[in-house]
Design a protein around this ligand. Sequence first.
Ligand code: DMJ
Length: 457
Amino acid sequence: MVEVYGPLDYEKLKEVLAEKLEEEIKPDVRRKSEAVAEAVKKEFIHAWNAYKTYAWGHDELKPLSKTYHDWYGVPLGLSIVDSLDTLYIMGLDDEFENAVAWVENNLNFNVDASVSVFEMNIRWLGGLISGYLISGSKKLLDLAVDLANRLLPAFNSATGMPYNSVNLKTGAVRGNVNNSADIGTLMLEFGMLSKLTGDNTYYTKARNAMETLFNKRSSLDLIGESINVDTGSWVSTVSHIEGLIDSALEYPYKSWMLFRERHFSFKSFFYLKGITKYCQENYNGMIYYKRVNKDDGSLVQRAIDVHSNFYAGLLALAGRIPDADMFATTCYMLWGKYGLMPRYLDYSNFTILDAKNYLYPELVESLFHLWNVTGDDVYRMMAYTIFRNFVRYCRVDSGYAGINDVRTMQKADIMNSYFLAETLKYLYLIFSDTPRVDYDDLVFTTEGHIMRGVVPV
Ligand code: DMJ
């Protein structure tokens, strides 16, 4: 990894990066970007084979104990569903067919379990829809409809914003205090399902939830972390771009890209405006997004969560290239400083507040969008060093392991499904010179699932 210490200044860092990347990385990446894509694919196969051997049909692989983890106590094949479009994109057609067959023959949502509406949406529903768009398998679409119908009771709150959890069998709901991200990250998947089925229910419910959340924004155009969906009162008034809020800021813009309804771009404009004005700051020569109170903009904390790394990609998609570049560079500096970026740190003094890195995708996602929009090889080179460090620190005999503490690189017994759905997919796409999908015709969901365009529908 390019190690960057000393002056943490954007201009100086760009110089150091340019020099180091030129010496260390460029010859490799320039010469053989397709070979790097193949290397990423090889690592995907390594992780996928381990999942197949030790956890097939279960949700996620535990790569150290060589066993599995099921989120809700019953196997719902999460890693299979989450991997479908990655298998297709990487040209692993036999594996894709086997995975579709497993889903067709085994996946059953009639289970007595209280599930997160957000997670079932971004991982399972998104995976099924993109799997259907690629395969044309009617059974996958039926499963997507069945799942969405089981999630619908969550919207029966007084405000129409969803409860946090719903029992897939009984429809019983839980959690009337819900996060902004969980409320505002349904539109792409629910909306696409309506487009595919002609049943507008899903589109309308998700749109109402997004609309209601938007209307609860403060006069500074900021939303808080959590809200009571029965009363419509904010519970946490802290505003930022991190987990608990993150993808609520991402979905209005991407919904505009997918559905082309003007009100989505309007929402996105106001969210980006509020964040730029009250959260964005130049600090020690770099760009950061601080945590503030949504009502008066007062400082809550100077901290950065690895999940916020997605924001550079959103800025790139929205055409804000200088800010996108500066923030991606800030994030890259933090990945470089620690080998892998710790989940959470105070950027005023670099105190680590949470030292784990569970194979997080957000920076490579942003680098992919930046590279795709600008064509600047610097983003490929940054992605290459991150890929090398994932291999160096996280690869084990049976797959890939998250890291519990980036200071010691002590491994965690978990290979999250998004490593297959997002991290390796974006790493592959950034290097592939012959992509199987046309980026101009696609929207990537927050879980990296591809919507629109691929499609024999
Ligand atoms: C992914 O499941 C999605 O990107 C989600 O939006 C938030 N974070 C995880 C990965 O970190």
